[in-house]
Ligand binder design. Structure first.
Ligand SMILES: Nc1ncnc2c1ncn2[C@@H]1O[C@H](COP(=O)(O)OP(=O)(O)OP(=O)(O)O)[C@@H](O)[C@H]1O
Ligand SMILES: [Mg+2]
Length: 442
C-alpha cells in the first residue's frame, strides 16, 4: 500500500478580481465542510463547467501575474505539483501573497481549484484564516460538535474528546457564547483545539502563530509536534522560521504562486532568505572617481564569505565568516584605519571592530583588501547590517563611511536550536555564543 498522503498535480487557482466580493470565506467553507464526511479518499477536480477553467494557456506562468485573458485575473497558485508522505510535517513558507493560504484552502477543500487536482488520503482537520470553518451564529460548544460531525465522528467520540478540547482552548467560560462574539485570538484557540484534537489524519494549520499570546503559541507548537509524532501528516504555514525549523521534516517555498522548491528544511529556508536579501550581499563601486571616499582613499567593494563560499548572504550561526572591504589608496605613507560596524535589523550596535594593526603600517598607493574574521557562534540569528568606514586619527578624518553597507542573515542552526531547549518563541539578545552551563547539587 502506498504511503503517500497527499499527491498534488499541476494545481492552480485563479481569482477573478472585482467580479464579485473576493472573499467568500464562510460560505466557501461551509460548502467544503458539508462534503467532508465523504472525503476519506477524495479527488479535487476543477469544475468542468467553470468559466475560469476553460481558458487554458491564456495566463502567464507565475501566480501574481495577470493573465492574458483578463487584466483582472490573478493566479494565486499555478503549476504546483508535489507528493507528501504519511507522517511528514511540511512547512510552507514564502512572502506575503505567495499562495500559501490558497494551497491550504485547496487541500482543505474550502475552495475549488481552477486547474489540476489533489488526491488526499484521509480526513483533513484545518485551521485556516479566522472566519473559516465555524458557524458564527453557533456557540463554541455547538461548533465543536458540528466540526466533529463533519469530520465523520460519532457524538460519543466527540464527547470523549470534548473536555480535552475545552481545556486546551481555555475557553470554558465562553463555551455557550456564539463564536461571532469571539476575539480573533479566542477564535484561533478554539479552532486549533478542534482541528488538533478531533484526530484528523492530516492536520493543516495556517499561521497559528500570528494570533494568540506566547503561551498559546507554545502550546500549539507542542500539540503539533505531538500530532506529528503519532504519524499523522501536518502542513504548517508560518513566517516563523524557527518554528518551521523545529517542527518540520521538510519545507516548501512558494513565490508569486509558483513552487520554487520542496525538500530539506534548512536548504529551503536558506533559499527563501537568499531571495529576500540578495541585493545587499555584495556592494561594488567600479568608478574610482565617483566611489565613496576622498583624494586619500576610496572604497571599491564590500562583501561577506565563509571558508567554503564567497559572497554569501545567509550564514549559519555556527559558521565563522568574514567581511571584506577593498579600497584604493591614492597617497603615500598614510595611516588608514579600516573599521567595520555590525548592527541588528533594529539598529542595535552589536560590535565595532577596528583594525588596530593598520595603525602602525603606513600604506602606499595601490589596491588593498582588508578582511575581518568573525568567530562563531557569536551573533544571534536574524538579519544584520554591516557598515564599513576608513578613518585617520590625529587629525581625525573619516574618508568614507558606508551606511547602509551589506546585509546578511545569520540563520539558526543546530547550535541555536539546542540552546532553545524546545522553546520556539523569540529569543531576545544580540549575541548567542556557546554558553557553558553546569548544575550540581549544592
Ligand atoms: N478570494 C480571493 N479573491 C481574490 N484574490 C485572492 C483571494 N484569495 C487570495 N487572493 C490573492 O491570491 C494571492 C495569494 O494569496 P494567499 O492568501 O494564498 O497568500 P499567502 O502566501 O497566504 O500570503 P500571507 O503570507 O500574507 O498570508 C494574493 O495575491 C491574494 O491577494
Ligand atoms: Mg496566508
Amino acid at each position: 500500500m502506498s504511503d503517500i498522503a497527499i499527491e498534488v498535480e499541476d494545481l492552480g487557482k485563479r481569482y477573478r478580481l472585482g467580479a464579485s466580493a473576493p472573499y467568500h470565506r464562510l460560505s466557501e467553507a461551509m460548502v467544503g465542510l458539508t462534503t467532508l464526511p465523504f472525503r476519506a479518499t477524495r479527488k479535487l477536480f476543477h469544475p468542468p463547467t467553470s468559466p475560469m477553467a476553460n481558458t487554458p494557456g491564456t495566463a502567464s506562468r507565475g501566480g501574481n501575474a495577470t493573465s492574458g485573458a483578463s487584466a483582472s485575473d490573478l493566479w494565486a497558485l499555478r503549476h504546483v505539483s508535489f507528493q507528501l508522505k504519511e507522517g511528514e510535517v511540511l512547512g510552507v513558507i514564502g512572502r506575503n501573497g505567495s499562495g500559501k493560504s490558497t494551497l491550504l484552502k485547496l487541500l482543505s477543500r474550502v475552495t475549488e481549484p481552477t486547474e489540476g487536482h489533489a488526491n488526499i488520503r484521509g480526513r483533513v482537520g484545518s485551521l485556516l484564516e479566522v472566519g473559516t470553518g465555524f458557524h458564527p451564529e453557533l456557540t463554541g460548544r455547538e461548533n465543536i460538535f458540528l466540526n466533529g460531525a463533519i469530520l465523520g465522528m460519532t457524538p460519543a467520540d466527540i464527547r470523549k474528546r470534548f473536555d480535552e478540547i475545552v481545556a486546551f482552548s481555555e475557553l470554558e467560560k465562553f463555551l455557550d457564547t456564539p463564536v461571532k462574539r469571539y476575539s480573533s485570538g479566542m477564535y484561533t484557540r478554539l479552532a486549533f483545539a478542534v482541528a488538533a484534537h478531533l484526530e484528523p489524519d492530516i492536520l493543516v494549520v495556517d499561521e497559528v502563530l500570528a494570533v494568540g499570546d506566547l503561551a498559546f503559541q507554545k502550546k500549539c507548537l507542542g500539540k503539533m509536534s505531538e500530532v506529528s509524532r503519532t504519524g499523522r501528516t501536518v502542513l504548517f504555514v508560518s513566517h516563523n522560521m524557527t518554528a518551521v525549523q523545529t517542527l518540520c521534516t521538510s519545507a516548501m517555498l512558494l513565490d508569486a504562486g509558483e513552487l520554487i522548491c520542496v525538500g530539506k528544511v534548512g536548504t529551503t529556508i536558506g533559499r527563501y532568505r537568499d531571495n529576500m536579501d540578495d541585493q545587499y550581499a555584495v556592494r561594488r563601486w567600479n568608478d574610482d572617481d565617483s566611489a565613496p571616499g576622498d583624494d586619500v582613499v576610496r572604497i571599491l567593494s564590500m562583501d561577506a564569505g565563509t571558508d567554503d563560499q564567497s559572497c554569501v548572504s545567509t550564514i549559519e550561526q555556527c559558521t565563522p565568516f568574514h567581511v571584506a572591504m577593498t579600497y584604493r589608496v591614492f597617497q603615500s605613507s598614510c595611516i588608514l584605519i579600516p573599521n567595520i560596524h555590525l548592527y541588528t535589523a533594529d539598529g542595535v550596535c552589536i560590535s565595532t571592530a577596528i583594525d588596530h594593526q593598520s595603525s602602525s603600517i603606513p600604506k602606499q598607493p595601490g589596491v588593498y583588501k582588508t578582511i575581518l574574521h568573525i568567530p562563531a557562534p557569536l551573533i544571534s540569528p536574524g538579519i544584520i547590517h554591516v557598515n564599513a568606514a576608513m578613518t585617520t586619527f590625529a587629525p581625525w578624518v573619516v574618508h568614507f563611511h558606508i551606511t547602509p553597507g551589506i546585509s546578511l542573515t545569520i540563520a539558526e542552526d543546530q547550535h541555536g536550536l539546542t540552546n532553545r531547549a524546545g522553546y520556539t518563541g523569540m529569543l531576545p539578545g544580540v549575541v548567542l555564543p556557546n554558553y557553558q552551563w553546569a548544575t550540581t547539587p549544592a
